[in-house]
Design a protein around this ligand. Structure first.
Ligand SMILES: CC(C)(COP(=O)(O)OP(=O)(O)OC[C@H]1O[C@@H](n2cnc3c(N)ncnc32)[C@H](O)[C@@H]1OP(=O)(O)O)[C@@H](O)C(=O)NCCC(=O)NCCS
Length: 173
């Protein structure tokens, strides 16, 4: 990943102020891949939840405005969020014009390092998401379905357990 990008966690006290910008970013760059339940999680997550174990929200920010994907626009170029180690929510979005430079992989790797374990559910037709998960060290562990019934896979990394993989496969987010 380019050194002009900084990864930082959203602090509990910031979430109310940042929420609208994060929701807009997900809508603009999520390619309709982010489920309604995950968006609802982002609409309602509060400071207490952000401080709870297994929950993290990471931003990728372009340090130099002139190198930002859209010059003079907001510096936000990536977002990863996980609730309950990814069991209640887990989603990753990178700005369309910033893709392919390792930002998604770095966000996922950072989250995995901070949380110790991480789960996600990925539709089998989402090649980019499957590739980025693999690049960050998450492995496919169980077949499942998206909330809309499309074939999907549960991916897990770190100190994952079979019981939590089953929970993730059943999860409706
Ligand atoms: C999925 C997504 C987050 C990937 O972000 P990214 O920053 O472009 O990914 P990276 O640059 O970190 O790529 C990591 C690896 O995945 C591979 N990859 C990325 N996009 C790919 C694609 N479309 N097809 C195949 N491989 C791809 C890269 O080659 C790289 O592999 P490497 O480590 O072997 O070099 C981005 O495409 C996105 O925001 N998509 C829309 C939202 C979405 O689908 N989110 C996931 C569901 S929650």
């Amino acid at each position: 990943m380019t050194p002009d990008v900084r990864i930082r966690a959203v602090q509990a006290a910031e979430i109310v102020r940042l929420r609208a910008a994060l929701l807009g970013f997900v809508r603009r760059h999520g390619e309709r891949r982010i489920t309604e339940r995950a968006i609802r999680w982002l609409q309602h997550v509060d400071g207490a939840k952000l401080r709870s174990p297994g929950t993290v929200m990471l931003l990728a920010l372009a340090l130099r405005r002139d190198r930002a994907p859209v010059p003079d626009a907001r510096p936000l170029i990536g977002l990863f969020a996980a609730g309950d180690y990814g069991l209640s929510a887990s989603f990753l979005v990178v700005h369309r014009r910033a893709r392919g430079s390792g930002i998604g992989r770095t966000l996922l790797k950072t989250a995995l390092r901070l949380l110790g374990r991480l789960y996600g559910r990925i539709a089998l037709d989402n090649a980019a998401s499957l590739a980025v998960a693999q690049a960050a060290g998450l492995i496919p562990v169980r077949r499942t379905f998206t909330p809309k019934g499309a074939p999907a896979v549960v991916v897990a990394g770190g100190d994952w357990t079979e019981e939590e993989v089953r929970q993730c496969a059943r999860s409706v987010f």
